[in-house]
Design a protein around this ligand. Structure first.
Ligand code: N2P
Length: 363
């Protein structure tokens, strides 16, 4: 049977070389940010293989895109600053809504928030969102700081606290873009300030705790360090902390990780699914976006990575424990105290990078 079929197949491939070619979609997303089952299902349903690369900071993503011709079909930049810059530079391809019927599943209120930087939401759909805060080993921090609420960046940024916590492991994610706004806010200054004196105050605050900080490392490494218990206070992304807590519990070695959403006001961010203007497979990229925006797929992703999505119809399919976790889905009151970062102009970006190098070097 097979013998007889083979020549026929060979003939088919010769006649239709495209049919013989494997379809590939090139996705560049944050690390620990998808349900692997969703990717497998996309391939099963469409026959499109996914080449999946990851980054763990906006600086890495911007570096990779700045040269152009990244070869990616899907990227997931944060609305501000990265997505806003790409929109402005004309580096993204407008999405054809007719090819993405599940666009209708997106929450119009959340989408309106990002329309300020992307008029009519032409270039991106919200994938997931979250906040910036602290992952802490609750028992260690209590033991070091005593009773009292653990709800502020005071835990990290007050030098007397950092001194007491230094031995159990303080870490900060290596991203000036996603750290500086929270420090400005903690200082009681405009989190989007680009004034040199405000950035100097940030530098002073960070330098004031520098010798107590064990590591300034990629957010993906922070997730690992929180899960193993190597870090007892770490400034990073909300869902990463919650994922670390899940892993720590599974490991069963008595590490208990909690998330602190700073009461003085946490940075709120939205990550956008977008298609680079020079994407090799834009039609398949739209197929991917449409696939992801299905309520059951989105629910699976939120269940897996502990970040909320922007598809309200997914809610009933989100596990109860995740749905009721106020660190995943903050209350309206908590949300009212958050702020969204804006996009610093180039000169301010230089000041920020310089202060960050000094913080990392410790001098
Ligand atoms: C995922 C980190 C997520 C996002 N590991 C920050 N925008």
């Amino acid at each position: 049977m097979l013998r007889r079929l083979l020549p026929l197949l060979a003939l088919l491939f010769l006649a239709f070389p495209a049919a013989a070619q494997e379809r590939v979609l090139n996705v560049y997303n944050w690390s620990d940010y998808i349900d692997p089952y969703a990717v497998a299902r996309f391939t099963r349903e469409t026959g499109i293989r996914v080449r999946y690369d990851v980054y763990d900071s906006l600086e890495t993503l911007e570096g990779r895109l700045s040269a152009g011709r990244s070869g990616y079909d899907i990227i997931v930049p944060t609305s501000e600053p990265t997505f806003a810059r790409l929109v402005r530079a004309g580096a993204l391809r407008p999405i054809d809504r007719a090819a993405v019927p599940n666009w209708a599943n997106l929450d119009p209120v959340l989408m309106a928030r990002v329309a300020a930087i992307d008029p009519d939401n032409r270039h991106g759909a919200i994938y997931l969102w979250g906040t910036v805060g602290l992952g802490i080993r609750i028992d260690r921090v209590r033991a070091a700081l005593g009773e009292g609420p653990l709800d502020s960046l005071d835990i990290l940024l007050k030098p007397e606290n950092a001194a007491k916590l230094a031995r159990c492991g303080i870490m900060v994610m290596d991203s000036p873009t996603d750290v500086i706004p929270s420090v400005l806010r903690w200082l009681g200054r405009d989190p989007n300030s680009n004034a040199p004196e405000d950035l100097r105050a940030v530098e002073q605050a960070l330098m004031g705790i520098r010798r107590h900080v064990r590591a300034i490392i990629a957010s993906s490494s922070i997730l690992d360090a929180l899960a193993t218990g190597e870090a007892c206070v770490a400034l990073t992304y909300s869902g990463d902390v919650i994922q670390a807590g899940v892993r720590a519990r599974e490991a069963g070695r008595g590490v208990e990780v909690g998330y602190v959403m700073p009461r003085e006001g946490a940075q709120l961010w939205f990550d956008m699914m977008a298609i680079p203007a020079d994407a090799p497979n834009p039609e398949d990229a739209q197929r991917f976006i449409n696939f992801i925006l299905q309520p059951d797929v989105m629910a699976g992703i939120t269940n897996h990575v502990r970040y909320p999505n922007a598809v309200p119809a997914s809610r009933p399919m989100v596990n109860e424990a995740v749905r009721n976790d106020p660190n995943v889905f903050p209350s309206a009151e908590a949300l009212s105290r958050t702020f969204v970062a804006s996009t610093p102009p180039r000169e301010a970006e230089r000041l920020r990078t310089r202060l960050w190098s000094r913080f990392k070097a410790g001098r």
